[in-house]
Write a protein that binds this ligand. Sequence first.
Ligand SMILES: CC(C)(COP(=O)(O)OP(=O)(O)OC[C@H]1O[C@@H](n2cnc3c(N)ncnc32)[C@H](O)[C@@H]1OP(=O)(O)O)[C@@H](O)C(=O)NCCC(=O)NCCS
Length: 203
Amino acid sequence: MARVELRQVTREDVGRIAEWLKDPEVAEIWFGRYTYGDAAHLGYDPEQMLKANETEWNEVFHDPHHHPHRDIFSIYTLEGDHVGEGQLSIDEALGDSQLSVLVGRKDMWHKGIGTAAVLAMLEHVFEHLRLHRAWVDVPEYNMAARRMFESIGFQHEGTLRQSRPHEGARHNSAILGILVDEYERHYPEGVTSHVIDWETQRI
Ligand SMILES: CC(C)(COP(=O)(O)OP(=O)(O)OC[C@H]1O[C@@H](n2cnc3c(N)ncnc32)[C@H](O)[C@@H]1OP(=O)(O)O)[C@@H](O)C(=O)NCCC(=O)NCCS
């Protein structure tokens, strides 16, 4: 099983994310484009963030009052290569968290990195934050992500109709979710996919 390290996001990391999103294959399958043309990205615009001052940076990466609460971290291999980004969007009132994961280095796809990063996030969601449910919103054209989440144990919960604009048309997306007892059944020994080097393991 691949192993990853989760770290706080640095400006150099954001620079690499902006580069990865210049690849149309990565950008289009991720969140498409803003109306002004840049590749869209959940939570912040990497190109804009590269110019952010400290206050603007902290509002995105260290804002304890943002609702829903965000935890954003960089995914590194144990060899020290930055390969992607994971995000949690935590709704404490509902006891759940939306997940998203980007393995931006295409040459690293199909090596189990995405799975390892999601398992690391699930451990955080269920074992540290003690939430009840984790979920993802996956557009129908992203079969790779759908297969990956289903192989981890996520189940189809519902369909959002025509929720995603993509290549000139609107597409449905699937809400896939996993509950805490399902996670515990799938991973009774916990998960060992990662090392967390993440000072702000808070909330
Ligand atoms: C989806 C994504 C995270 C998968 O990352 P990855 O590191 O390649 O994933 P894994 O190697 O852990 O793959 C796990 C399983 O998912 C499935 N899968 C992954 N990529 C696939 C593809 N292109 N086609 C079909 N199935 C695929 C396979 O079942 C795979 O297992 P296998 O490689 O043993 O066949 C990566 O392709 C990516 O970042 N895509 C762009 C962003 C995105 O779509 N994010 C998900 C939405 S939140």
